[in-house]
Design a protein around this ligand. Structure first.
Ligand code: COA
Length: 351
């Protein structure tokens, strides 16, 4: 048995690596909301509920649903074109495409290479990440590290979901929450630090709290046996609402506070708070738990967009910038949390 430890191994040759750490920031944001506005009345055709109950319990007034033939790649393309345009960055400058989604309906191939091809990005690294409603903040963290380490100069990060495909319209606990949309960010080299340290983590023992109801392979026996006298349950996303609520409010606020501290800032320094648009009541409770100063504007895009999982933070931040609610160049705290359970938070300079 060899007694040589990894630490005592001296390589025969030295690998050359980039020694300089660089700064990174978000250069441009883009968003896409599908055309079709879906009211609470329409949702109530399928569940025993009311417009008043939905608004009071979730803050959602309307959400958008994509067309049947509209894919996550179509939506991602529209958001990315806007982000690239606003960043003033050409497709040929993008070295990597990171796509956060849990509703691309193909196990393989990933959506990112196809998106890159559509955008005319020549031969980038392109891959999808699965971190549910925290996917965008995971993507920003990965992109930040790639740019800072010198792996690439510019990364396109996309959060996109077509949750209408994965919602059980008869499920009272989730049918009114989810919507469709896409948000995109161009992360690239910068003269100043534009993305703070990421606070992130996971609680795998809580996997049942928000989950796809049935696995794909679990569907197979029922599909293969045409005579089987059993309903096939579509693998929709379902959740334990109260558990999600408590976790988001009590556990995520301290993470958000730590993300601000890790960037060497205080809540007073913030120009915007952009939490994942899970539920308006969760946002309100987080503001209290955070003791957020009153002067800090808070994203409330959920009212008209619903919960779009990985897309919600870039969509909400884009709206705040477009409507003059948050200043370009200001500091925003963003935090994503969701199925896994997983979470990620960081402070960013808004483009
Ligand atoms: N419409 C009307 N009434 C409903 C309802 C609906 N869609 N769903 C549940 N109810 C009723 C229940 O029947 C129950 O009635 P009862 O008191 O007469 O028995 C009452 O509302 C409370 O039910 P409960 O399941 O405890 O609901 P809740 O107060 O926890 O609210 C959520 C449900 C989903 C709104 C809430 O749990 C929540 O906001 N959770 C967070 C979900 C979230 O943000 N997910 C995003 C994950 S990223």
């Amino acid at each position: 048995m060899s007694t040589t430890s990894a630490s005592s191994t001296t390589p025969a040759k030295t690998i050359s690596v980039n020694e300089t750490i660089r700064h990174a920031r978000i250069h441009g944001l883009g968003g896409y909301r599908p055309e079709r506005v879906v009211t609470n009345e329409e949702i109530c055709q399928w569940i025993d509920s009311s417009d008043e109950w939905i608004q009071q319990r979730s803050g959602i007034v309307t959400r958008r649903f994509a067309r049947e033939d509209e894919t996550v790649i179509d939506m991602a393309e529209a958001a990315s074109v806007q982000a690239l345009d606003r960043a003033g960055i050409g497709p040929e400058q993008i070295g990597a495409v990171v796509m956060a989604t849990v509703s691309h309906p193909y196990q393989t191939p990933a959506a990112a290479p196809e998106l890159a091809h559509r955008l005319g990005i020549p031969n980038p690294a392109a891959f999808d990440i699965s971190a549910a409603c925290a996917g965008y903040c995971h993507g920003i963290s990965i992109a930040n590290d790639m740019v800072r380490a010198g792996t690439v100069d510019y990364v396109l990060v996309v959060g996109v979901e077509k949750l209408s495909d994965f919602t059980d319209k008869h499920d009272r606990g989730s049918a009114f929450i989810f919507g469709d949309g896409a948000g995109a960010a161009v992360v690239g080299i910068s003269d100043f630090p534009g993305i703070g340290p990421t606070l992130w983590g996971s609680l795998g023992d809580q996997r049942d709290v928000i989950t796809q109801r049935e696995s794909w392979t679990g569907l197979r026996p029922a599909m293969e046996d045409a005579d089987r006298d059993e309903d096939i349950e579509w693998p929709a996303f379902v959740m334990q609402g109260q558990t999600v609520f408590r976790w988001a409010v009590f556990s995520m606020a301290p993470v958000a506070v730590e993300a601000v501290k890790a960037a060497g800032l205080t809540p007073d320094d913030l120009d915007a708070f952009v939490p994942h648009q899970a539920n308006m009541r969760i946002t309100d409770a987080m503001i209290k738990a955070l003791k957020l100063p009153e002067h800090v504007p808070v994203a409330r895009d959920i009212a008209e967009t619903g919960n779009t999982s990985a897309a919600s933070i870039p969509l909400a931040m884009s709206r705040m910038l477009d409507e003059g609610e948050a200043p370009h160049g200001g500091i925003a705290l963003q935090i994503g949390f969701g199925a896994g359970l997983v979470y990620a938070a960081q402070v960013v300079v808004m483009p």
